[in-house]
Design a protein around this ligand. Structure first.
Ligand SMILES: Nc1nc2c(ncn2[C@@H]2O[C@H](COP(=O)(O)OP(=O)(O)OP(=O)(O)O)[C@@H](O)[C@H]2O)c(=O)[nH]1
Ligand SMILES: [Mg+2]
Length: 391
């Protein structure tokens, strides 16, 4: 499957930069392309020049809102981010057309952090503009939710996230949710290392996008997971994850022939990898709430067999019993069984509901504060009523 990637704001641009590297890896290691164009869009000129892998020209690193922000960002006001996107979004639409292999694109993936200003405000607007312009291609959003410490310190963080999520989910074909905080738990030393978090965020897309693009027979699975399966799976709120489990590095030749013990070891390793994928999903959610799901097994050809595929299918059906499940196998990779899982059409996501209710409280508080301020101002004016003015 081939994507056009558009990163908005600092967070979105950096993750788009990471996708550019992912495509470089697919090209150099596997000789295939999974991305037809990568663009970064920001109101902040300095952030755009800090990227490393996206082409360094104004058609791939696009500055918007130059007049309003003088190239310094919108300072967390996502309404301003939305306004700037409405005014300058055409620059992005024009740039997309220049992508050399644009006609091969299966879908768009638009990325932003929900808590800032530029990305959070512009992602719903850009998604809508691109959908109107390219009606035949699905547009997916990848939204990065803030760290817990950001939510605790700043009400705007929650408010921006709520408005961003409500708006983008109403226009995007599917919205991938990525909770920054989940990546901190995986390894606490990552807290300050956003670039390592970004690499973890894009990793599950690697095999998923590569599997359907292979041309050589030996890398084509018995059941190929291609763009059609992915497009059919992605609807509404979506989580993605992957896990892997190492295979023995050395095996005697006679063990190659499938015997019962080897099969059950592989199945066990496959289940372990799927377990990891489920517990490392990009957002905490209940598999029971998924209306659609997919899994992809990637492993050396000799390790993939019918039992493994069936066991993983049964396992996923057990925990996501309401979901229509699609699957595939991808005979690639060296020393791991790798399992990618996508849960989509989620009917409930606790974290999003919390954003909505906290933002509603915040709006009420703002109204009360406003009334307070106005009455204090009136008192002040009243007190100065009998004082002569020098003007
Ligand atoms: N995973 C990840 N999160 C990031 C990164 N950069 C920023 N964030 C998160 O994104 C949110 C802030 O959004 P930014 O992208 O910095 O804001 P912006 O869209 O540039 O908007 P303004 O700077 O306000 O104009 C916070 O929740 C950060 O934790 C990054 O490189 N990776
Ligand atoms: Mg910024």
């Amino acid at each position: 499957m081939k994507l056009v990637i558009i990163g908005l704001g600092q967070c979105g641009s950096r993750i788009a930069d990471e996708f550019a590297r992912l495509n470089g890896r697919a090209r150099s290691r596997r000789g295939i392309e999974i991305i037809t164009g990568v663009f970064a869009v920001n109101t902040d000129a300095a952030d755009l020049s800090g990227l490393t892998s996206i082409r360094p020209d104004y058609q791939h690193r696009i500055l918007i809102g130059g007049r309003k922000t003088s190239g310094h960002g919108v300072g967390k006001i996502n309404e301003l981010g939305a306004e700037v996107a409405r005014e300058d979004g055409d620059k992005v639409i024009d740039a997309i057309r220049t992508a050399r292999h644009f006609f091969e694109t299966d879908a768009f993936l638009i990325i932003a952090g929900s808590a800032g200003g530029t990305g959070s405000g512009s992602i719903p607007v850009m998604t809508q503009m691109i959908k109107e312009r390219y009606m035949d291609k699905p547009v997916y959003a990848l939204v990065i939710l803030p760290f817990e410490h950001e939510e605790q310190n700043e009400e705007r963080t929650t408010y921006n996230s709520a408005t961003c999520l409500k708006s983008v989910s109403s226009v995007a074909d599917a919205t991938f949710l990525v909770d920054n905080q989940r990546y901190v738990r995986k390894d606490s030393s990552l807290r300050n290392n956003l670039s390592e978090i970004n690499a973890l965020i894009v990793e599950p897309f690697y095999n998923l996008l590569c599997a359907g693009e292979e041309k050589k027979n030996k890398y084509i699975g018995a059941k190929v997971l291609d763009a059609g399966d992915i497009l059919q799976t992605l609807v509404g709120w979506t989580a993605i994850g992957h896990g892997n489990s190492p295979l023995p590095t050395f095996r005697l030749p006679f063990e190659r022939r499938s015997n019962f013990r080897k099969k059950s070891t592989e199945t066990h390793k496959g289940i372990m990898a799927m377990d990891e994928a489920m517990s490392e999903l990009s957002i905490r959610c209940k598999p029971m709430d998924a209306g659609r799901a997919l899994y992809l097994i990637s492993a050396p050809a000799r390790e993939i067999n019918m039992d493994l595929a069936k066991e993983l299918g049964d396992y996923l059906k057990d925990i996501a019993s309401e979901a229509i499940i699609r699957n595939g196998d991808y005979p690639r990779g060296g020393s791991n069984i790798d399992v990618t899982v996508v849960l989509s059409e989620l009917s409930d996501v606790e974290k999003i509901k919390t954003y909505y209710s906290r933002a509603a409280e915040f709006i009420n508080e703002l109204k009360t504060r406003q009334v307070d301020i106005q009455s204090k101002q009136r008192e002040f004016e009243e007190a100065s009523k009998n004082i002569p003015s020098l003007l």
